[in-house]
Design a protein around this ligand. Structure first.
Ligand code: SF4
Length: 458
């Protein structure tokens, strides 16, 4: 449905969300599970939930996403899903042969009150979990939080289940990349290795959801963090969590349990946040920044200088995940753009606080909302039009209705292909992000230019 009927008049709403700016917890948990090598995600609930979560991920990544389900019937909905899950664990290990099953719950199993921890213990006692194989689980009720919360819960679960400390540091560094594209995870890994640091990146969906076409179907692709690597996270010399919402809980859990010191940083989106990430790595691991990385930084700076005249003073509306929006707003402000409407569907007080800290001094009002929706964003746009909209695919309806240049960013992107192969994080990703923004702005300029000022060189 196009949104041409969205009106300007904003009325207070409490118990109603219109066009959500988020999706459900298990999608995030399923995505995180796919970042473990030889792991099959398992949805403890009805088939419909699992089908939706798989299709959302398949449509975004254009890769077949496999997951099992407890396949609740009326009986399990009333009496609980223990029998279904124990049988599922047995069938999965004997038929599909993963090393790990990562179970996440759904609204239904949470409402019934299934104790998945107890069911997993029973499955082990009953001999349904073969030697050397693992069942991990996370509680992911979708009436709390968002897909980012689900990602965080599953990431914490993998750290809690596997990590051990031998008492001897292994010289490695834990990096928790947050809910980003596989290409972003690969880029973060490349940069960390470029600093001379050996990372344990978890979860790691690079080479899982953006792998090569080989002509052969592989149910468990080559990528993903291994069980051995996850076990070693307890011996690492430190952890950097990228993004407070998606990654901080797992990092703090390792700190609390094994005294692995952790830092929570913003996702490295844009110049300032990437600088802070590199600096944190440099200090924590006691290494120096190589010339190659300084060169990449210089390229981003050069592009900013070349493009700045087109960005200056352009108003932007944004919708997305909190961990993406915080550094993105900082980046846009640093190139003299004007973020005026900012919405995340994920609830949490810290988001509004961080955005306010960055924007309070500005000479124009900024609308910001955590736990908001796209209808609210659209109403704000109707009242205060913008030059650019950045959001996931669902933003295209607003962009069409109000004829706004549109850059797709975040999750899900269902109507474009390639985003999982090109990073938008770190210095290289910053260049791509700016190119996308500038293309959208200049395409509009060309489209609207009268013949006498339709310029070849802009
Ligand atoms: S019932 Fe809950 S878990 Fe299932 S698809 Fe709906 S929101 Fe997601």
């Amino acid at each position: 449905m196009l949104l041409r009927h969205t009106n300007k008049e904003i009325k207070p709403r409490k118990a109603l969300t219109v066009n959500p700016a988020k999706t459900c917890q298990p999608i995030g948990a399923m995505y995180a599970s796919l970042g473990i090598h030889n792991c099959l995600p398992h949805s403890h609930g009805s088939q419909g939930c699992c089908a939706y979560h798989r299709s959302a991920l398949t449509r975004h990544f254009r890769e077949p996403v496999m997951a099992a389900t407890s396949s609740f019937t009326e009986g399990s909905s009333v009496f609980g899903g223990q029998a279904n899950l124990v049988q599922a664990i047995n069938t999965i290990f004997t038929t599909y042969e993963p090393d790990i099953i990562a179970v996440h719950t759904t609204c239904l199993s949470e409402t019934i009150g299934d104790d998945v921890n107890q069911i997993a213990i029973k499955a082990v006692k009953d001999g349904k979990v073969p030697e050397g194989k693992h069942v991990i689980h996370a509680s992911t009720p979708s009436y709390v939080g968002s897909h980012v919360t689900g990602f965080s819960n599953m990431t914490k679960a993998m750290a809690m289940y596997f990590s051990k400390s031998t008492g001897t540091p292994n010289g490695k560094f834990n990096i928790i990349p947050g809910y980003v594209e596989p290409s972003d995870m690969a880029e973060i890994k490349r940069l960390v290795k470029g600093m001379g640091i050996t990372p344990i990146l978890f979860p790691d969906t690079s080479n899982v959801l953006n792998g090569p076409m080989t002509g052969k179907y592989n149910m468990y692709p080559d990528g993903g963090v291994t069980a051995e690597e996850l076990t070693a996270t307890g011996d690492s010399i430190g952890t950097i969590a990228l993004g407070a919402t998606a990654s901080a809980d797992a990092a703090r859990a390792l700190d609390t349990r094994w005294k692995v010191p952790c830092q929570v940083q913003d996702l490295p989106i844009g110049l300032g946040a990437t600088d802070r990430f590199i600096d944190a790595l440099r200090k924590a691991a006691g290494v120096s920044v190589p010339d190659s990385i300084t060169g990449e930084r210089g390229q981003l700076l050069d592009i900013i200088t070349d493009m700045h005249q087109y960005f200056y003073g352009k108003k932007v509306a944004l919708a997305g995940d909190p961990d993406h929006l915080i550094p993105l707003v900082e980046f846009l402000l640093s190139i003299d753009m004007m973020p005026v409407h900012i919405v995340t569907g994920t609830p949490g007080k810290n988001f509004e606080k961080r955005i306010r800290e960055m924007t309070d001094h500005l000479p124009y009002p900024v609308n910001v909302k955590a736990g908001g929706d796209l209808f609210q964003l659209h109403q704000w746009i109707k009242n205060e039009p913008v030059d650019l909209l950045m959001a996931n695919t669902y933003g295209k309806y607003m962009a069409k209705d109000d004829d706004i240049p549109f850059v797709r960013m975040g999750f899900p992107i269902l109507d474009r292909v390639g985003h999982s192969y090109f990073p938008t994080v770190c210095y290289k990703g910053g260049i791509r992000l700016l190119e996308k923004i500038l293309d959208a702005l200049l395409d509009r300029l060309d489209r609207d230019a009268p013949e006498e000022s339709f310029e070849l060189v802009l």
